[in-house]
Design a protein around this ligand. Sequence first.
Ligand SMILES: [Zn+2]
Length: 254
Amino acid sequence: MIFRNEAGTDYCQFEHLSACSDVGHAVFLRTRGGSDAPFDRLNVSLAVGDEVLRVQHNRRLVAGALDAPELVFVRQVHGVGVRVVDGRPAGDAGSLPEADVLITDRTGKFLVVQVADCQAILMYDPVRRVVANVHCGWRGSVADVAGRTVEALRGGFGCEPKNLLAGIGPSLGPCCAEFVNYREEIPSRLWAYRRDTVYFDFWAMTRDQLIAAGVREDHIETSRLCTRCNTDRFFSYRGEKRTGRFPAVIGLKI
Ligand SMILES: [Zn+2]
């Protein structure tokens, strides 16, 4: 990933996506923003106990860094629901739709996934000019939300999977993805991703799910940054429990 700082924020970008001039994207580090501990400093979640005004300030920083006219949030529920974002204004915080996949072909609609250990999976089709952002925790991995998103892009927008670029953001790595109850939580078909006793490689799982859905391996970039190993830069629910959420954002530039 490429690390940058812009407009009062620190963020990182996938190399292949940053080479696309039509698309804006970033995964933001926690390091600069307006929130105090334990949400220091760039928390964008209104659901973790942080002060609303500080979160709103942080969201403005994010929008400013990307020159995004509008940030689109959803209420993430560890499901596979898709929200297709059209030209209408997004709802306010009280009426956010539940979804874990955001897709749009409209310019100026910057899709936000908020995470602290879960994966944000950013996708872009430069041919059909469509972007997607996926919230994928272990339940999403079990449900193949990555592969389902590729299907939704194909079915709803005519995207050919071989054209898609995908980026797997900073998230819980195989070093820290400990699942002591994996026999109950993770189906046996996925036990091949068990790396050491009770640790799982969800990065490899997502990569393989994308490949199985038709995405080219050389179009998939994995940040390989473990949130729990890097709490100085990213929020980690496992590492900190009471903490913030950092945003991964992608949108089509106007
Ligand atoms: Zn780790």
